[in-house]
Design a protein around this ligand. Structure first.
Ligand code: HEC
Length: 307
């Protein structure tokens, strides 16, 4: 009797603990801000995304008609959900937890911010703080990256611009990284560089980097902070590497060609082993057949005796 009380107490404590578990968001994620200002158009786009991806669980904002799950999906208009910072809300939707799905692979960063903007529409007290680092005043969707090659200095010049008041203007303070495509994955080149007031960042390109047979290398330019810029990246091919001949993979000297390198003793051992095993199998089958045959003969002999 006493034990069952104790068990009940322990179980209820444990469940309480689990359901009350706080959803901790790393400080730097919590502090991140939307790169664009929320407007009627972002709220409308966010609303469409909400109806498609979130409504089935979270219900209509302000109506408290969420699906009954454990824990309950909070109403977007609730104090619980509105109590999140923009960055924390973004992070929770992107990463998910338990029954709350992760949306980072389904929705782009810009779309996630649009959903946040829609949810904020149900909070009268909310005042948006737009990312200051890139105080553009316009949507960052108009951002463009351009790459120029300086042959004398062996440098790549990267220019980041955005549309502002209908003219293209440099974006200062954007952290960029450059990588080169290799056989397996990407090789980052020359660390991270931040654009200056002209929106320009300069990367020193390594001398003698092997390219393909004509010296072409595949480059990829990306912002470090993808949540601020969304999915903008530039993939391009430039003839700035050293022409390198790589033998096709079935050539005798290619790294993966193993036939040409096999020592004879290994080949012979392998063949003898395989032949022995098959020989044994065939031998056993033949023996079985012989047994069957002699059994048949016995049968017919005994039958003829009876007659
Ligand atoms: C399959 C059901 C489901 C769907 C779909 C879903 N959610 Fe959730 N959501 C949950 C549940 C359950 C929780 C509570 C998770 C927890 O606290 O462990 C949650 C929690 C959250 C939170 C954190 C609330 C807090 O406590 O701070 C946010 C923000 C959120 N959801 C937003 C969204 C958005 C935006 C979408 C659509 C893009 C979405 N959810 C889609 C079930 C869902």
């Amino acid at each position: 009797m006493k034990i069952s009380y104790l068990l009940t107490a322990i179980i209820s404590l444990v469940t309480l603990q689990v359901s009350a578990q706080e959803w901790v968001v790393p400080a730097e994620k919590s502090a991140s801000l939307s790169p664009f200002a929320f407007s009627d158009s972002t709220r409308k786009a966010g609303g469409d995304l909400y109806n498609l991806n979130c409504k089935s669980c979270h219900g209509d904002p302000g109506k408290n008609n969420a699906v009954k799950l454990v824990p309950m999906p909070p109403d977007p208009a609730s104090a619980q959900l509105q109590g999140n910072s923009d960055g924390a809300m973004f992070h929770k939707v992107a990463e998910g937890r338990g029954l709350m799905p992760a949306f980072k692979n389904t929705l782009s960063a810009s779309d996630l911010w649009r959903v946040v903007s829609f949810i904020r529409g149900f909070n009268e007290k909310y005042v948006q703080e737009v990312a200051q680092k890139l105080s553009l005043g316009t949507s960052l969707e108009n951002v463009k990256f351009a790459i120029n090659w300086n042959n004398e200095l062996n440098q790549l010049q990267v220019t980041v611009t955005a549309l502002k008041a209908l003219t293209r203007q440099p974006v200062p303070g954007a952290e960029m990284k450059l990588s080169v495509r290799r056989y397996f994955g990407n090789l980052q080149v020359d660390g991270v560089h931040t654009t200056d007031n002209q929106g320009v960042a300069v990367f020193n390109f390594p001398k003698g980097l092997p390219g393909d047979s004509l010296g072409f290398v595949q480059l990829q330019l990306k912002p470090v902070d993808e949540t601020a810029f969304g999915e903008i990246k530039v993939d391009t091919t430039m003839a700035i590497g050293v022409p390198t001949y790589r033998p096709p993979l079935n050539k005798e000297r290619a790294m993966w060609n193993v036939v040409g390198k096999t020592p004879i003793w290994l080949l012979l051992t392998y063949l003898i082993t395989v032949l022995t095993v098959w020989g044994l199998i065939v031998y056993v089958m033949l023996q079985l057949r012989a047994i069957y045959k002699s059994g048949e003969e016995d049968d017919s002999r005994s039958k003829s005796k009876v007659e």
